[in-house]
Write a protein that binds this ligand. Structure first.
Ligand code: NAD
Ligand code: ZN
Length: 345
């Protein structure tokens, strides 16, 4: 089969023929239809220090995908050939304290599909049956392919009760825009968004943001005034990984405000801890999706809300055949896009 492989340490990827994988016990082989690009794939492509430390070659990349079940291994009882599925990209150990307590997203031995084992930038991928999320019949394969980042957005956005609250989202990348749509869906009062890109802010506005701020031109204080807010945001959803965005968020939270942090910074950075402490702000780190509460929540929300389905689908701005993977990577790297998806069918 064709696969996009990191064949050796160093920058770059190669589209090559590799043997088709075979599902072992309790594993499922999936014929990939769509696969989304995320920042992780760009880091792996470019071979930054994190990638060099983390990945052993050869490795097929890709962890955001949808596909059709092609084969099930021995002892698989709840997944059937022909079903449209998405995949949870984190494989947990099942043995650590958190796994045994049912808190699988907190596993200390998490392995990543497309990072620590072969991924979905290929015609077929094999994953544990327990990581398969079966989609309804006739579900859109594009939408199914973004359940991983949608799950990040859902996990972050549902971390704190939002009904009637004023929410600020920093970073209107694909995940930030999805977070805006979810915050709207679950009944936030005002949703303010910041990003440096006008295009991305336009996506956020279409997804339901009340006010969009480009920090190069304005600030959250002005946004608060425009909304008639006097005290500060109740909830912060950090989706940029940018230290100035975090500083601005902390500056504009109400006392007792709560922040869920998804954005990954490139390196450690200073934080105004005095403000965090005296304003009694709660900060929660978010990694991946809750297994599988997040998956139930996002499926349920999508099943009843056309607006949410449309907003999430609108985040997919570019689709390329897998053969044009280089253009897909260049587009994702340019930032002049929402989510970029490759078609492997
Ligand atoms: P993205 O890089 O496409 O989006 C980040 C956005 O932040 C960009 O649109 C950028 O313009 C904006 N930004 C940069 N500086 C800013 C500033 N000063 N103020 C406001 N906005 C600013 O990423 P994404 O795919 O949407 O993911 C969002 C973040 O979440 C990224 O940092 C990503 O690495 C991280 N992430 C974390 C997890 C996890 O499990 N914790 C999973 C996936 C992604
Ligand atoms: Zn574990």
């Amino acid at each position: 089969m064709r696969a996009l492989v990191k064949t050796r340490p160093g920058p770059g990827l190669e589209m090559i023929d590799v043997p088709e994988p075979t599902p072992g016990p309790r594993e499922v082989k999936i014929r990939v239809l769509r696969a989304g690009l995320c920042g992780t794939d760009l880091h792996l492509h470019d071979w930054d220090p994190w990638a060099a430390e983390t990945v052993r070659t050869p490795m097929i990349l890709g962890h955001e995908f949808s596909g059709i079940v092609a084969e099930v291994g021995p002892d698989v009882t709840d997944v059937e050939v022909g079903q449209l599925v998405s995949g949870e990209g984190h494989i947990v150990c099942g043995r650590c304290r958190n796994c045994r307590a049912g808190r699988r997203h907190l596993c200390i031995n998490t392995q990543g599909i497309g990072v620590n084992r072969d991924g979905a930038f290929a015609e077929h991928v094999v994953i544990p049956a327990s990581n398969v999320w079966v989609q309804p019949e006739d579900f859109d394969p594009d939408l199914a392919a973004v359940f991983d980042p949608l799950g990040n957005a859902t996990h972050t956005t549902l971390s704190f009760p939002l009904a009637g609250e004023d929410v600020v989202v920093t970073g209107a990348g694909p995940i930030g825009v999805m977070a805006v749509a979810i915050a709207r869906h679950v009944g936030a009062r005002y949703v303010a968004v910041t990003d440096l890109s006008g295009e991305r802010l336009a996506l956020a506005r279409a997804a339901g943001a009340d006010i969009c701020v480009n920090p190069a031109e304005g600030d959250l204080r002005q946004a608060m005034r425009a909304l008639g807010m006097r005290e500060g945001f109740d909830i912060g959803l950090e989706m940029s990984g940018a230290p100035p965005a975090v500083a601005s968020m902390i500056d504009h939270m109400n006392h007792g405000g709560r922040i869920a942090m998804l954005g990954l910074p490139k390196e450690p950075y200073p934080v105004d801890w005095g403000k965090v402490i005296t304003h009694m702000i709660t900060i929660k780190g978010i990694y991946g999706r809750e297994m599988y509460d997040t998956w139930y929540a996002m499926s349920s929300m999508l099943s009843t809300s056309r607006a949410l389905r449309d907003a999430v689908t609108s985040v997919i701005t570019h689709r390329f055949p897998a053969t044009e993977w280089q253009t897909a990577f260049d587009t994702a790297r340019s930032g002049q896009c929402g989510k970029v998806v490759m078609d492997w069918s």
